[in-house]
Design a binder for this molecule. Sequence first.
Ligand SMILES: *Cc1c(COP(=O)(O)O)cnc(C)c1O
Length: 217
Amino acid sequence: MLTELLRELAAQNVTLVAVSKTHPPERILEIYRQGQRIFGENRAQEMLEKHAALPADIEWHLIGHLQTNKVKYIAPFVRMIHSVDSLKLLQEIDKQALKNNRVIDCLLQFHIAQEETKFGLDEAEARELLSDDNFKQLKNIRICGVMGMATFTDDVTQVRSEFRRLKTIFDKLKKEFFPGDPNFREISMGMSGDWRIAVEEGSTMVRMGSLIFGERG
Ligand SMILES: *Cc1c(COP(=O)(O)O)cnc(C)c1O
């Protein structure tokens, strides 16, 4: 099943982040053996433990809310942080990346859902961040695009319009802040329940857990 899914995503140039949160290393290894190399976790501590227990060629993506005091645990190895929603967090990632002599790829997380609990920037906040002189000084982070989560609902029209909004935000920011920058290219949107809609609306990266690992316990 995974092979088929991977083929379908590859045909559309969409990257799969296999969301392994709550699943033990043995389960991750099963998926790894089927060829998957990118795994997503939503907690720094859990990611750190799994990183230590699993093959070194896994690319770890942090997809959940990240507290500044946890950045140091994952800075030595994290491949991409999808959940950047403040300058303060970005400054800390930059600082820890510098300590590790690395550049860390980051996505700006946007609040596109109706639910109030979901983290993320709005367009004005993103503009403010990207225009800030303190942002322009950061050398050890690379902004690679945007991320967002749609409302958890069966209303396909609503989900589609939220994904469409994220794509519009991406296009605007690319034009205004990243013209000619090939690194700014990712739109991380779509989960197990809504990934097809996300891909239709321009997703380049889907984050899927339950569809790959089964339901979380
Ligand atoms: C858990 C999670 C996912 C994956 O959810 P599924 O519905 O299991 O595919 C995707 N993105 C984020 C930010 C998550 O926390």
